[in-house]
Design a binder for this molecule. Sequence first.
Ligand code: ZN
Length: 321
Amino acid sequence: MVDLVVSEVGPRDGLQNIDYILPTQDKCRWIEALAAAGLREIEVGSCVSPKAVPQMADTPEVAAFARRLNTEIAILIPNLKGLKRALTANPQKISIPFSVSETHSLKNLNRTHAQMLDGVEEICAYLRTLPADERPEFEGGLSTAFGCTLEGPVPEDRVVTLAEQLMAAGCDGVGLADTTGYANPAQVRRLIRRVKAAVGEQNLSSVHLHNTRGQGLANALAALEEGITTLDSSMAGLGGCPFAPGASGNIVTEDLVFMLEAMGLNTGIDYDGLIRARELLQKLLPKAVELYGFTPAAGLPKGLCIRGDSQGDSLYVASPG
Ligand code: ZN
C-alpha cells in the first residue's frame, strides 16, 4: 500500500507543451521505464484533435501499450468523441479539463460552461452504458482553479459551484488544477477545504500543480495536509510554460518523490529507477529541451535510500554497501 499516489503526467502535460513530436516507440520506452520505477499512475496522453495537438496523435496506441504494464493509466479527453477513442485502450481513469475561467474555456475548447456541462453529462450517460469492467473512473478536472492568465483572479465560489455541478452531472470525482502556476499554499488549503465541504471528502482526492513560480512543492505539502491522496507531477518538470519563459512546467516528480519519502511517506517509487527513466528521456528528447529538478542535480542526501519498498516508517535507512 502506498501512502500517496504520485501521478506522472509528463507523457501528456509535458510532451504536449514541447515543440517536438516524440515518436511512438520512444514514448513507449519512456513510459515503460516510468512504470518500472514504480509509478502507480501515468497519464499517458490525451485524445484531443490531432490537428490541434499533433504531439498526442498516437495516444490510443501508446495507451494500449502502457495498459499492459504494471501501472494504472489515465487519459485526458475533451468530449465524447475523445472518450470513444480513449476507451479502445481500456484505461483505468479518464479526465476532462473543465476551465473555471470561462474565457479560458472558450479559448481552449471553444465552449461555454453550459456547453461543457452538457458535454460532461453526455460522457457520463455513455459511461453508464458500459459493463463495469470496461468503465473507467471519470474525473472532472477544474483547471485554472487558482487563477487565469486571461481573467486574472478566479472567484472561489465559482470553483465550488462548478465542482458541485460536475458531481451532479455524474463525475466520479473532481480534481483541482493550478494550470497557470498562480497558487499559494494558503489558497490551496482554503480551496481544498471548501470544495471537500461542498462535494464530500472522498470526491476530491487529486490536485494538479505547476511550478511556474516556484510554489509547487509548498503547494503540494499544503494539499497533502488537507488529505489529498493523489499528486500530479511530471518527470524533469517537463513542459515549461509558454507564458513564463524559463519557468518549469509541472512540479518535478524527482523532487516530489524525494520530499515525500524523506518525510517518511511511502510512494512505492524506486528513486534509482526514476533517474534511469530521466536519463532515457534526456537521450530521447532534443538537446534544446530543458530538464528541471534540484534533486537529480544534487543527488539524494547521504544515507537516504528510496527503493520503492519502504513501509513509510523508515527514515534515512542506510543503503547497503
Ligand atoms: Zn498542467
